[in-house]
Design a binder for this molecule. Structure first.
Ligand code: ATP
Ligand code: MG
Length: 583
């Protein structure tokens, strides 16, 4: 178990007692923490995130602290965000965009992205942020699946990526362009003209808690991305998970490094910090280890929510990276998206001097489900324990579509969650059958394999699709990858099963090395030996290949299915979310 640094040995009074909080928690009580729309007109995410604070003592607090690429900066207070989102909602109304219609946003992390998402929600529309690095085909596919009515983008992105696919999208009526350059054409509008000149007052459309609010596409790690539907009630979960799992409190400066094109960048990059009334850092630039540390230091970030891949990239450069910096404001750090190797937890602790909290969730769950809470002791390599209000079980799928419960500790099975939490997806758009298959009775089946220890901590084993069956053993890639990462030469590792006539599948690893290490035969032998020593011969990889970089999704997840397809000469499948691995 990891020792906390001296400053955090005495937990501050707001840290929570896990068992007590779980016992006393109910979603009804959580709902009561929010306002609802005035005059009983329902619940609206943007009201809870923005207007509620704009009408109270937080009106002049900075909601978004934007840091642009070329050193530009812009602060938006809750009051300013309230007015800007009102203007966008008015602009949509003036264009006859109706409630329930889909408003897509395709741009880098500019303030207008945040205004557009929240303004669309005020108008009762469905918001869908897309990652700006997508190429024309993935954009067209998502706009088509989502039946996009409005697209907010920049002239540059429009010319490079959208102009050519416009004909395929007859339903796309309005394109609103944010930026200096002009682009003229049918249905093209200039943001400055239509939004900045619109009225500052807007009465939020009445929205039911069950009205569709957000459409989020999954990362596409295992195949074609699915469009998960989320409703306004999800904000209840964003609000409480922000408090419990990320420890958001009044004076915090919070930085979620994810792009809103992925669910993390919306649920925790936009909604949870706003509804909790804190200041969020919005950084336009992409990852760069030294620059990120500058941000942590100079912006006095107190809570940092990031991804394992970023940490592993920082680890390549060693703990010296953070040495000599004043990171005294930083008091809480967490990650999501992929398993956080124990090695990375320990590295984070050493480099930043505070515990490192992994948590688990999915696009489909809309919010954090399992987490290392502020008040829990961290077990490096564990995802933590279920959030208050979340009932998690480990199940085995049966032939008839039902499931049986696994009660014993340390037995692998599929993670299942009892349905009914507010941010649970309400469907995959246009894919009812696929949605239906995610459930067995009251249980939502996650597709991830986990085990639980005797302290009720959950441990990630692997995605059901990635699990390797070798000589009668089920081998989770995460365990093997984590063991490889314990070797000082290894920066990242990905493990797949490769068909083998005698043992079914054999374990094969792909490894990228830290600077200063050579990918030669001696290194290969050394790593094979290291893995055998840690894992035993049955589980250790039989083959290791070196790679400069591993293929990842744009949200930073290693695409094991692609490594496997390439290894076996199979079709590569949907690569719309692949970030090139030939960097
Ligand atoms: P697709 O469903 O399209 O294949 P995806 O599952 O990667 O893509 P997301 O919803 O972005 O899309 O990711 C959720 C998945 O990420 C989880 O199901 C899990 O496999 C993995 N994951 C997220 N957080 C963690 C974590 N803390 N530990 C281990 N795995 C995690
Ligand atoms: Mg998934």
């Amino acid at each position: 178990m990891i020792a906390k640094n001296p400053a955090s040995l005495t937990p501050p009074p707001h840290l929570l007692d896990y068992d007590r909080e779980c016992a006393e928690f109910s979603w009804e009580k959580a709902r009561a923490l929010l306002d609802g729309l005035p005059q009983g007109r329902g619940l609206n995410i943007a009201h809870e995130a923005v207007d509620r604070h704009a009408a109270g003592p937080k009106a002049d607090r900075v909601a978004l602290r934007w840091i642009g690429k070329a050193g530009a900066r812009r602060n938006l207070t809750y009051r300013e965000l309230h007015e800007a989102t009102n203007r966008f909602a008015n602009a949509l109304k003036a264009m006859d965009v109706e409630r329930g219609e889909r408003v897509f946003v395709l741009m880098g992390r500019l303030p207008e992205l945040y205004v557009a998402v929240l303004g669309a929600l005020k108008a009762g529309c469905v918001a869908s942020p897309l990652f700006s690095a997508f190429g024309p085909e993935p954009i067209a596919l998502r706009l088509e699946i989502g039946d996009g009515r409005v697209l907010v983008t920049t002239p540059g992105l429009f010319n490079r990526k959208v102009a050519a696919i416009r004909d395929q999208l007859p339903g796309l009526r309005h394109v609103i362009l944010v930026g200096e350059e002009q682009a003229k054409g049918d249905g093209l509008h200039d943001w400055a003209e239509v939004v900045e000149t619109a009225d500052n007052d807007f009465v939020i459309a009445p929205t039911d808690p069950e009205d569709m609010a957000l459409l989020h596409f999954t990362s596409g790690t295992t195949g074609r991305p699915k469009g998960a539907i989320h409703v306004h009630e999800a904000i209840v979960a964003h609000h409480v998970t922000g408090r419990y799992a990320l420890d958001l409190h009044d004076d915090d400066v919070f930085w979620c490094t994810a792009d809103p094109g992925w669910v993390t960048g919306t649920s925790y990059g936009i909604l949870a910090p706003l509804t909790n009334g804190v200041t969020s850092i919005v950084l336009e630039a992409e990852f760069d280890a030294a620059m990120w540390l500058d941000i942590l230091e100079q912006e006095r970030v107190s809570i940092w929510y990031t991804a394992p891949t970023a940490i592993r990239m920082m680890m390549r450069q060693g703990t010296e990276l953070a040495r000599g910096r004043d990171l005294s404001a930083l008091r809480f750090m967490a990650s999501v998206g992929e398993p956080l190797n124990p090695e990375a937890v320990i590295w984070g602790q050493q480099a930043f001097g505070i515990p490192f909290h992994d948590n688990w969730w999915q696009t489909e769950t809309g919010g954090i489900m399992i987490s290392n809470f502020a008040a829990l002791d961290i077990k490096p390599g564990s995802m933590g324990r279920p959030m208050p209000g979340i009932e998690a079980a480990i199940v085995r799928r049966l032939e008839d579509g039902d499931v049986s419960m696994i009660e014993e500790a340390m037995v692998d099975g599929e993670l299942a969650l009892r349905k009914g939490w507010p941010s649970m997806m309400r469907g995959y758009l246009h894919e009812e059958e696929r949605y239906r298959k995610c459930f067995a009775g009251d249980w939502y089946l996650t597709g991830d394999l986990v085990r639980r220890d005797s302290d009720d901590y959950f441990w990630f084993v692997g995605r059901a699709d990635d699990v390797i069956k070798s000589a009668g053993h089920l081998i989770g890639p995460f365990e093997v990858e984590s063991a490889l990462m314990e070797h000082p030469a290894v920066a990242e590792a990905a493990v797949i099963g490769k068909p083998d006539p005698t043992i079914g599948e054999m374990v094969k690893a792909f490894v990228s090395l830290r600077p200063g290490h050579l990918p030669d035969e001696a290194m290969r032998r050394e790593l094979l030996g290291h893995a055998r020593k840690c894992l035993g011969a049955a589980v250790a990889p039989k083959e290791i290949d070196f790679r400069e970089n591993l293929p990842k999704t744009r949200s930073g997840k290693i695409m094991r299915r692609l490594l496997r397809a390439r290894e076996l000469g199979l079709p590569e499948g949907d690569l719309s979310t692949l970030e090139s691995d030939e960097r």
